[in-house]
Design a protein around this ligand. Structure first.
Ligand code: GRF
Length: 213
């Protein structure tokens, strides 16, 4: 299975995917702005593309150029890893909805930015990470899996973001392996797991399956 990864920043999830490739290969790492993660990807020998948003007059023409670049590499899935733009329905349907995102919260709670600070401000007892199918709405779309942690009394925004990021690096490669090895099935917006214990064992932590748990 081939994946194209879209980034906008440091690319630590992209690097975790590269290190934990089981059943999939990375055919392209693309960014919408000059991103530190592109250098990491180049050093790791991946094909990279910078489709700079600033060089296009409108979001639509930027997205079309990005989609053409991705299509040339013929990926099975497009994996958003810190990609900071909301994709349109036109883009998503061009790839048959096979677009995945990771978000640092227990969706549907805390869509958008600054999730760790908002969780702390609300004195939540739990926090975590979600992997979901991408729709044209921000951080929406059916969930594939989540991992959660207990917020500690002394947690700060920094400590929480580090702990959640570690979970991201465990969960994302494991879910993509599940797609590659066919123990999760996605048809349109329907997600069906046929072996949840296998994901738990690959991810190595507390994994929740929203349709089941
Ligand atoms: C991660 O927290 C991811 O969940 C969010 O953006 C951040 C990207 O981090 N969507 P990195 O670029 O993968 O290090």
């Amino acid at each position: 299975m081939k994946i194209a990864i879209l980034i906008s920043g440091r690319g630590s999830n992209m690097a975790a995917l590269a290190e934990n490739r089981q059943g999939f290969e990375i055919c392209l790492v693309a960014a919408d702005r000059p991103a530190a993660g592109l250098e990491t990807a180049q050093k790791n020998g991946h094909r990279t593309a910078l489709i700079d948003r600033k060089k296009y007059p409108a979001k639509q023409s930027h997205e079309a150029a990005l989609a053409d670049e991705i299509a040339a590499h013929d990926p099975d899935w497009i994996i958003l890893a810190g990609y900071m733009s909301v994709l349109s329905e036109t883009f998503i349907s061009r790839f048959d909805g096979r677009v995945l995102n990771i978000h640092p919260s227990l969706l549907p709670d805390y869509k958008g930015l600054n999730t760790h600070a908002r969780v702390l401000a609300d004195k939540k007892t739990h926090h975590g990470v979600s992997v979901h199918l991408v729709t044209a709405a921000l951080d929406d779309g059916p969930l594939l899996a989540q991992m959660k942690l207990a917020v500690a009394p002394n947690d700060t925004e920094t400590s929480l973001s580090e702990r959640v990021l570690a979970l991201e690096h465990q969960l994302y490669p494991a879910v993509i392996t599940a797609l590659a090895e066919d123990f999760v099935h996605v048809e349109g917006l329907n997600v069906r797991w046929s072996d949840t214990s296998r994901l738990r064992s690959i991810a190595g932590g507390v994994v929740c399956f929203p349709p089941l748990d």
